[in-house]
Design a protein around this ligand. Structure first.
Ligand code: TYD
Length: 425
Protein backbone atom coordinates (compact mmCIF):
# COMPACT_ATOMS: atom_id res chain seq x y z
CA UNK A 1 0.00 0.00 0.00
CA UNK A 2 1.37 3.39 -1.01
CA UNK A 3 0.88 5.89 1.80
CA UNK A 4 1.61 9.59 1.52
CA UNK A 5 1.58 12.45 3.97
CA UNK A 6 1.94 16.13 3.19
CA UNK A 7 2.92 18.50 5.98
CA UNK A 8 2.50 22.19 6.35
CA UNK A 9 5.78 23.80 7.48
CA UNK A 10 5.30 26.77 9.86
CA UNK A 11 3.42 25.75 12.98
CA UNK A 12 3.41 22.07 12.02
CA UNK A 13 7.06 21.06 11.59
CA UNK A 14 8.77 24.23 12.75
CA UNK A 15 8.01 26.85 15.32
CA UNK A 16 8.85 29.91 13.35
CA UNK A 17 7.29 32.75 15.30
CA UNK A 18 10.57 34.28 16.45
CA UNK A 19 11.74 34.92 12.86
CA UNK A 20 8.30 35.78 11.50
CA UNK A 21 7.51 38.28 14.24
CA UNK A 22 10.91 39.94 14.03
CA UNK A 23 10.41 40.38 10.28
CA UNK A 24 6.85 41.75 10.62
CA UNK A 25 8.12 44.28 13.20
CA UNK A 26 10.98 45.15 10.86
CA UNK A 27 8.58 45.79 7.95
CA UNK A 28 6.32 47.86 10.23
CA UNK A 29 9.31 49.98 11.34
CA UNK A 30 10.43 50.60 7.78
CA UNK A 31 6.96 51.61 6.58
CA UNK A 32 6.18 53.76 9.63
CA UNK A 33 3.47 51.49 11.10
CA UNK A 34 3.24 50.82 14.84
CA UNK A 35 4.28 47.33 15.98
CA UNK A 36 1.29 44.98 15.91
CA UNK A 37 0.33 43.54 19.32
CA UNK A 38 0.89 39.91 20.28
CA UNK A 39 -2.53 38.69 19.12
CA UNK A 40 -2.11 40.30 15.73
CA UNK A 41 1.41 38.93 15.33
CA UNK A 42 0.15 35.41 16.04
CA UNK A 43 -2.26 35.69 13.11
CA UNK A 44 0.67 36.16 10.70
CA UNK A 45 1.76 32.57 11.07
CA UNK A 46 0.28 30.39 8.36
CA UNK A 47 -1.73 32.60 6.00
CA UNK A 48 -0.11 34.21 2.94
CA UNK A 49 1.82 37.36 3.88
CA UNK A 50 -0.06 39.61 1.43
CA UNK A 51 -3.33 38.56 3.03
CA UNK A 52 -1.97 39.15 6.54
CA UNK A 53 -0.53 42.61 5.90
CA UNK A 54 -3.78 43.68 4.19
CA UNK A 55 -6.16 42.08 6.69
CA UNK A 56 -4.38 42.52 10.00
CA UNK A 57 -2.52 45.80 9.41
CA UNK A 58 -5.06 47.44 7.08
CA UNK A 59 -2.55 48.02 4.26
CA UNK A 60 -3.70 48.57 0.69
CA UNK A 61 -2.37 46.21 -1.96
CA UNK A 62 0.64 48.35 -2.95
CA UNK A 63 1.73 48.91 0.65
CA UNK A 64 1.31 45.22 1.44
CA UNK A 65 3.43 44.29 -1.58
CA UNK A 66 6.15 46.60 -0.29
CA UNK A 67 5.84 45.15 3.21
CA UNK A 68 6.21 41.63 1.84
CA UNK A 69 9.37 42.64 0.04
CA UNK A 70 10.94 44.22 3.14
CA UNK A 71 9.89 41.24 5.20
CA UNK A 72 11.47 38.82 2.73
CA UNK A 73 14.77 40.71 2.59
CA UNK A 74 15.23 40.17 6.31
CA UNK A 75 13.64 36.74 6.38
CA UNK A 76 15.86 35.18 3.73
CA UNK A 77 19.05 36.32 5.43
CA UNK A 78 18.29 36.34 9.17
CA UNK A 79 14.70 35.45 10.07
CA UNK A 80 14.92 32.06 8.44
CA UNK A 81 17.20 30.81 11.17
CA UNK A 82 15.26 32.36 14.08
CA UNK A 83 13.32 29.15 14.03
CA UNK A 84 13.04 25.80 15.81
CA UNK A 85 11.85 22.29 15.02
CA UNK A 86 9.01 21.15 17.29
CA UNK A 87 10.10 18.50 19.79
CA UNK A 88 9.33 15.03 18.46
CA UNK A 89 9.20 16.00 14.77
CA UNK A 90 12.46 14.24 13.99
CA UNK A 91 11.10 11.10 15.66
CA UNK A 92 7.86 11.41 13.65
CA UNK A 93 9.72 11.79 10.34
CA UNK A 94 12.06 8.89 11.10
CA UNK A 95 9.13 6.69 12.05
CA UNK A 96 7.28 7.51 8.82
CA UNK A 97 10.39 6.96 6.70
CA UNK A 98 11.00 3.57 8.24
CA UNK A 99 7.40 2.60 7.60
CA UNK A 100 7.92 3.48 3.93
CA UNK A 101 5.73 6.57 3.71
CA UNK A 102 6.08 9.15 0.97
CA UNK A 103 6.60 12.51 2.75
CA UNK A 104 6.01 15.92 1.23
CA UNK A 105 5.65 19.55 2.28
CA UNK A 106 3.07 22.03 1.00
CA UNK A 107 3.72 25.45 2.45
CA UNK A 108 2.78 29.04 1.85
CA UNK A 109 6.41 30.02 2.47
CA UNK A 110 8.31 30.54 -0.80
CA UNK A 111 9.79 27.34 -2.16
CA UNK A 112 13.41 28.49 -1.96
CA UNK A 113 13.14 29.73 1.64
CA UNK A 114 11.39 26.54 2.68
CA UNK A 115 14.12 24.42 1.17
CA UNK A 116 16.74 26.50 3.01
CA UNK A 117 14.99 26.07 6.37
CA UNK A 118 14.63 22.34 5.85
CA UNK A 119 18.27 21.96 4.80
CA UNK A 120 19.47 24.14 7.69
CA UNK A 121 17.87 21.73 10.16
CA UNK A 122 19.17 18.66 8.31
CA UNK A 123 15.63 17.49 7.57
CA UNK A 124 15.93 17.38 3.76
CA UNK A 125 16.76 13.68 3.79
CA UNK A 126 13.23 12.93 5.00
CA UNK A 127 11.28 14.61 2.20
CA UNK A 128 10.38 13.37 -1.24
CA UNK A 129 9.08 16.74 -2.36
CA UNK A 130 8.90 20.29 -1.00
CA UNK A 131 6.37 22.59 -2.62
CA UNK A 132 5.93 26.29 -1.96
CA UNK A 133 4.91 29.20 -4.17
CA UNK A 134 7.58 30.96 -6.15
CA UNK A 135 8.57 34.31 -4.62
CA UNK A 136 6.16 36.47 -6.61
CA UNK A 137 2.90 34.64 -5.90
CA UNK A 138 0.63 36.85 -3.82
CA UNK A 139 -2.14 34.39 -2.92
CA UNK A 140 -0.80 30.87 -3.06
CA UNK A 141 -3.60 28.36 -3.26
CA UNK A 142 -3.09 25.63 -0.69
CA UNK A 143 -5.10 23.06 -2.65
CA UNK A 144 -2.83 23.50 -5.68
CA UNK A 145 0.29 23.31 -3.52
CA UNK A 146 -0.97 20.11 -1.89
CA UNK A 147 -1.82 18.55 -5.27
CA UNK A 148 1.68 19.36 -6.49
CA UNK A 149 3.27 17.90 -3.37
CA UNK A 150 1.42 14.58 -3.65
CA UNK A 151 2.94 11.62 -5.50
CA UNK A 152 1.50 10.58 -8.87
CA UNK A 153 -0.35 7.69 -7.26
CA UNK A 154 -1.23 6.63 -3.73
CA UNK A 155 -3.67 4.47 -1.83
CA UNK A 156 -3.95 6.71 1.21
CA UNK A 157 -2.93 10.32 1.67
CA UNK A 158 -3.07 12.84 4.49
CA UNK A 159 -2.66 16.57 4.81
CA UNK A 160 -1.34 17.55 8.25
CA UNK A 161 -1.38 21.22 9.26
CA UNK A 162 -2.10 23.66 12.06
CA UNK A 163 -4.42 26.19 10.34
CA UNK A 164 -7.76 26.08 8.60
CA UNK A 165 -6.07 26.79 5.24
CA UNK A 166 -4.32 23.43 5.52
CA UNK A 167 -7.49 21.54 6.36
CA UNK A 168 -9.51 23.29 3.66
CA UNK A 169 -6.76 22.67 1.10
CA UNK A 170 -6.56 19.00 2.03
CA UNK A 171 -10.31 18.56 1.80
CA UNK A 172 -10.38 20.30 -1.60
CA UNK A 173 -7.60 17.99 -2.79
CA UNK A 174 -9.73 15.03 -1.70
CA UNK A 175 -7.41 13.55 0.92
CA UNK A 176 -7.59 12.85 4.67
CA UNK A 177 -6.96 15.84 6.89
CA UNK A 178 -5.40 16.17 10.33
CA UNK A 179 -5.26 19.37 12.37
CA UNK A 180 -2.45 19.69 14.90
CA UNK A 181 -3.10 21.49 18.16
CA UNK A 182 0.51 22.28 19.14
CA UNK A 183 0.87 24.88 16.37
CA UNK A 184 -0.83 28.23 15.87
CA UNK A 185 -4.44 27.34 15.11
CA UNK A 186 -6.99 26.52 17.81
CA UNK A 187 -8.90 23.26 18.10
CA UNK A 188 -12.04 25.24 17.31
CA UNK A 189 -10.55 26.63 14.09
CA UNK A 190 -9.35 23.21 12.93
CA UNK A 191 -12.52 21.33 13.79
CA UNK A 192 -14.56 24.16 12.31
CA UNK A 193 -12.71 23.72 9.03
CA UNK A 194 -13.71 20.05 9.07
CA UNK A 195 -10.52 18.19 9.92
CA UNK A 196 -11.01 14.45 10.13
CA UNK A 197 -8.59 13.99 13.02
CA UNK A 198 -7.52 16.51 15.63
CA UNK A 199 -4.03 15.74 17.01
CA UNK A 200 -3.13 17.77 20.10
CA UNK A 201 0.50 16.56 20.16
CA UNK A 202 3.21 15.26 17.83
CA UNK A 203 2.78 11.89 19.53
CA UNK A 204 -0.89 11.88 18.47
CA UNK A 205 0.21 12.40 14.84
CA UNK A 206 2.52 9.39 15.14
CA UNK A 207 -0.23 7.31 16.76
CA UNK A 208 -2.69 8.20 13.99
CA UNK A 209 -0.38 7.59 11.02
CA UNK A 210 1.78 4.76 12.37
CA UNK A 211 -0.04 3.10 15.26
CA UNK A 212 2.19 0.65 17.13
CA UNK A 213 5.32 1.54 15.12
CA UNK A 214 8.66 0.78 16.73
CA UNK A 215 10.28 3.93 18.09
CA UNK A 216 13.54 4.71 16.27
CA UNK A 217 16.54 4.70 18.62
CA UNK A 218 17.75 7.94 20.13
CA UNK A 219 21.37 8.53 21.02
CA UNK A 220 23.70 8.54 24.00
CA UNK A 221 26.14 11.44 24.46
CA UNK A 222 28.55 12.17 27.29
CA UNK A 223 30.44 15.25 28.43
CA UNK A 224 33.87 14.82 30.04
CA UNK A 225 36.65 16.99 31.39
CA UNK A 226 38.67 17.90 34.44
CA UNK A 227 36.86 19.51 37.36
CA UNK A 228 36.29 23.15 36.48
CA UNK A 229 36.33 22.55 32.71
CA UNK A 230 32.87 24.09 32.34
CA UNK A 231 30.75 20.95 31.81
CA UNK A 232 27.65 22.40 33.46
CA UNK A 233 27.59 25.48 31.23
CA UNK A 234 28.32 23.48 28.09
CA UNK A 235 25.65 20.90 28.86
CA UNK A 236 23.10 23.71 29.10
CA UNK A 237 24.26 25.30 25.84
CA UNK A 238 24.34 21.99 23.96
CA UNK A 239 20.89 21.11 25.25
CA UNK A 240 19.33 24.30 23.93
CA UNK A 241 21.09 23.89 20.56
CA UNK A 242 19.86 20.30 20.18
CA UNK A 243 16.34 21.25 21.23
CA UNK A 244 16.24 23.98 18.59
CA UNK A 245 16.81 21.21 16.03
CA UNK A 246 13.95 19.14 17.46
CA UNK A 247 15.97 16.57 19.37
CA UNK A 248 14.33 15.43 22.60
CA UNK A 249 17.08 15.81 25.17
CA UNK A 250 17.22 14.12 28.56
CA UNK A 251 19.94 14.89 31.12
CA UNK A 252 21.69 12.66 33.54
CA UNK A 253 24.93 12.61 35.50
CA UNK A 254 27.46 10.26 37.01
CA UNK A 255 27.96 9.27 39.66
CA UNK A 256 24.19 9.30 40.14
CA UNK A 257 21.21 9.70 37.82
CA UNK A 258 18.79 7.32 39.57
CA UNK A 259 18.02 6.64 43.26
CA UNK A 260 20.45 3.73 43.81
CA UNK A 261 23.25 5.53 41.98
CA UNK A 262 22.58 8.83 43.78
CA UNK A 263 22.90 7.02 47.11
CA UNK A 264 26.26 5.64 45.99
CA UNK A 265 27.25 9.16 44.88
CA UNK A 266 26.70 10.35 48.44
CA UNK A 267 29.13 7.72 49.73
CA UNK A 268 31.71 8.49 47.04
CA UNK A 269 31.81 12.24 47.44
CA UNK A 270 31.41 12.52 51.23
CA UNK A 271 34.42 14.08 52.90
CA UNK A 272 33.88 11.61 55.78
CA UNK A 273 35.05 8.71 53.64
CA UNK A 274 38.70 9.65 53.26
CA UNK A 275 39.77 6.10 54.19
CA UNK A 276 38.11 4.52 51.12
CA UNK A 277 40.46 2.23 49.20
CA UNK A 278 41.11 2.91 45.54
CA UNK A 279 39.58 -0.40 44.47
CA UNK A 280 36.49 0.17 46.64
CA UNK A 281 36.13 3.56 45.00
CA UNK A 282 36.44 2.17 41.46
CA UNK A 283 33.93 -0.59 42.22
CA UNK A 284 31.44 1.88 43.69
CA UNK A 285 31.63 4.07 40.57
CA UNK A 286 31.09 0.97 38.44
CA UNK A 287 28.20 -0.20 40.63
CA UNK A 288 26.43 3.14 40.37
CA UNK A 289 27.01 3.05 36.61
CA UNK A 290 25.49 -0.42 36.22
CA UNK A 291 22.25 0.78 37.79
CA UNK A 292 22.29 4.02 35.82
CA UNK A 293 22.77 2.27 32.45
CA UNK A 294 19.89 -0.06 33.26
CA UNK A 295 17.45 2.41 34.78
CA UNK A 296 18.10 5.56 32.77
CA UNK A 297 20.42 5.41 29.77
CA UNK A 298 19.06 2.40 27.88
CA UNK A 299 15.38 3.31 28.41
CA UNK A 300 15.97 6.90 27.24
CA UNK A 301 17.72 5.80 24.05
CA UNK A 302 15.05 3.17 23.41
CA UNK A 303 12.41 5.90 23.71
CA UNK A 304 14.10 7.91 20.94
CA UNK A 305 15.60 10.56 23.17
CA UNK A 306 19.10 12.03 23.21
CA UNK A 307 20.51 11.17 26.62
CA UNK A 308 23.19 13.69 27.52
CA UNK A 309 25.24 12.50 30.46
CA UNK A 310 27.55 14.58 32.64
CA UNK A 311 30.50 12.09 32.86
CA UNK A 312 30.51 8.37 32.07
CA UNK A 313 33.01 5.49 32.03
CA UNK A 314 35.84 7.68 30.72
CA UNK A 315 35.77 9.50 34.08
CA UNK A 316 36.48 6.23 35.85
CA UNK A 317 39.32 5.42 33.52
CA UNK A 318 40.77 8.93 33.98
CA UNK A 319 40.21 9.37 37.75
CA UNK A 320 40.59 5.82 39.06
CA UNK A 321 42.79 4.42 36.28
CA UNK A 322 44.99 7.52 35.95
CA UNK A 323 44.48 9.59 39.10
CA UNK A 324 44.48 6.62 41.50
CA UNK A 325 46.95 4.71 39.35
CA UNK A 326 44.86 1.55 39.13
CA UNK A 327 45.69 1.42 35.42
CA UNK A 328 43.51 1.93 32.39
CA UNK A 329 42.93 -1.74 31.64
CA UNK A 330 41.95 -2.69 35.20
CA UNK A 331 39.31 0.05 35.32
CA UNK A 332 37.97 -0.92 31.92
CA UNK A 333 37.70 -4.52 33.16
CA UNK A 334 35.86 -3.47 36.32
CA UNK A 335 33.40 -1.50 34.22
CA UNK A 336 32.80 -4.09 31.52
CA UNK A 337 29.86 -5.80 33.29
CA UNK A 338 28.45 -2.41 34.29
CA UNK A 339 28.17 -0.96 30.82
CA UNK A 340 28.06 -4.10 28.66
CA UNK A 341 28.13 -2.58 25.19
CA UNK A 342 26.58 0.74 26.15
CA UNK A 343 29.03 3.43 25.01
CA UNK A 344 28.24 7.02 23.96
CA UNK A 345 28.01 7.65 20.21
CA UNK A 346 29.95 10.86 20.91
CA UNK A 347 31.86 12.09 23.93
CA UNK A 348 32.66 15.78 24.23
CA UNK A 349 35.98 16.39 25.96
CA UNK A 350 36.43 19.90 27.34
CA UNK A 351 40.15 20.34 27.10
CA UNK A 352 41.78 22.38 29.85
CA UNK A 353 45.20 21.98 31.39
CA UNK A 354 45.28 20.51 34.95
CA UNK A 355 46.86 23.78 36.18
CA UNK A 356 43.92 25.74 34.79
CA UNK A 357 41.60 23.19 36.43
CA UNK A 358 43.30 23.85 39.78
CA UNK A 359 43.02 27.59 39.36
CA UNK A 360 39.29 27.32 38.56
CA UNK A 361 38.63 24.90 41.45
CA UNK A 362 40.34 27.20 43.94
CA UNK A 363 38.22 30.10 42.78
CA UNK A 364 34.98 28.08 43.12
CA UNK A 365 33.03 26.81 46.13
CA UNK A 366 34.20 24.26 48.72
CA UNK A 367 35.86 21.27 47.03
CA UNK A 368 34.41 17.73 47.38
CA UNK A 369 36.56 14.69 48.24
CA UNK A 370 37.72 14.17 44.65
CA UNK A 371 38.39 17.82 44.03
CA UNK A 372 40.55 18.03 47.17
CA UNK A 373 43.17 15.75 45.57
CA UNK A 374 46.67 17.12 44.90
CA UNK A 375 47.57 18.69 41.60
CA UNK A 376 49.70 15.66 40.62
CA UNK A 377 46.48 13.60 40.83
CA UNK A 378 44.75 15.87 38.33
CA UNK A 379 47.82 15.85 36.09
CA UNK A 380 47.46 12.05 35.91
CA UNK A 381 43.72 12.38 35.27
CA UNK A 382 44.49 14.65 32.35
CA UNK A 383 47.12 12.26 30.98
CA UNK A 384 44.67 9.34 31.18
CA UNK A 385 42.01 11.32 29.30
CA UNK A 386 44.55 12.05 26.58
CA UNK A 387 45.36 8.35 26.36
CA UNK A 388 41.68 7.47 26.02
CA UNK A 389 41.26 10.01 23.24
CA UNK A 390 44.27 8.61 21.40
CA UNK A 391 42.83 5.09 21.69
CA UNK A 392 39.38 6.02 20.36
CA UNK A 393 39.66 9.30 18.41
CA UNK A 394 36.46 8.69 16.43
CA UNK A 395 34.23 8.80 19.51
CA UNK A 396 35.67 11.99 21.03
CA UNK A 397 34.81 15.57 20.15
CA UNK A 398 37.78 17.42 21.66
CA UNK A 399 37.36 21.16 22.11
CA UNK A 400 39.68 23.76 23.55
CA UNK A 401 37.75 24.84 26.67
CA UNK A 402 39.67 28.01 27.42
CA UNK A 403 37.77 30.38 25.09
CA UNK A 404 34.43 32.09 25.64
CA UNK A 405 31.60 29.74 26.66
CA UNK A 406 29.52 30.85 23.63
CA UNK A 407 32.29 30.07 21.12
CA UNK A 408 32.98 26.72 22.75
CA UNK A 409 29.24 26.00 22.73
CA UNK A 410 28.95 26.76 19.01
CA UNK A 411 31.82 24.48 18.15
CA UNK A 412 30.43 21.61 20.22
CA UNK A 413 26.92 22.03 18.82
CA UNK A 414 28.20 22.00 15.23
CA UNK A 415 30.14 18.79 15.69
CA UNK A 416 27.55 16.96 17.77
CA UNK A 417 24.67 17.91 15.47
CA UNK A 418 26.59 16.63 12.45
CA UNK A 419 27.03 13.27 14.15
CA UNK A 420 23.44 13.01 15.32
CA UNK A 421 22.12 13.83 11.87
CA UNK A 422 24.38 11.33 10.21
CA UNK A 423 23.20 8.64 12.61
CA UNK A 424 19.51 9.33 11.97
CA UNK A 425 19.76 8.87 8.19
P1 TYD B 1 31.06 15.87 39.02
O1 TYD B 1 29.66 15.65 39.43
O2 TYD B 1 31.36 16.12 37.59
O3 TYD B 1 31.70 17.02 39.91
P2 TYD B 1 31.39 18.53 39.80
O4 TYD B 1 29.93 18.70 39.64
O5 TYD B 1 31.91 19.02 41.13
O6 TYD B 1 32.19 18.98 38.63
O7 TYD B 1 31.92 14.63 39.46
C1 TYD B 1 32.19 14.37 40.76
C2 TYD B 1 33.58 13.83 40.93
O8 TYD B 1 33.61 12.45 40.71
C3 TYD B 1 34.58 14.44 39.98
O9 TYD B 1 35.68 14.93 40.70
C4 TYD B 1 35.03 13.30 39.12
C5 TYD B 1 34.75 12.09 39.95
N1 TYD B 1 34.47 10.85 39.22
C6 TYD B 1 35.38 9.80 39.31
O10 TYD B 1 36.39 9.87 39.98
N2 TYD B 1 35.10 8.63 38.65
C7 TYD B 1 33.96 8.47 37.91
O11 TYD B 1 33.72 7.39 37.32
C8 TYD B 1 33.05 9.58 37.82
C9 TYD B 1 31.78 9.47 37.02
C10 TYD B 1 33.35 10.76 38.49
Amino acid sequence: MRQAVIFDLDGTLTQSEEGIWNCVRHAADRLGYPHPDGDTLRKFIGPPLMYSFMTYMSMDEDKAREAVQIYRERYTTVGLYENRVFPGIRRLLRTLRRAGWYIGIATGKPQETSEQVIAHFGLDKFFDRIVGPDGGTAHPDKEQLIRKALPESYDEAWMVGDRRFDVEGGLAAGIHTMGVGYGYGSEEELRGAGCEVYAPTVQAVIDTLCPGAKVPEGAFLSMEGLDGSGKTTQIALLTSALQRYGFEVQHSREPGGCPVAEAIRGVLLSRDNVGMTDVAEALLYAASRAQHVHDVIRPAVAAGRVLLCDRFVDSSVAYQGGGRQLGVQKVLDINAPAIESCLPMATVYLDIDHRESLRRRCAASEPDRMEMEADSFHARVEAAYKELIARDPARFVVVDATGSPEDIGREIAGQVLARLMEAEA
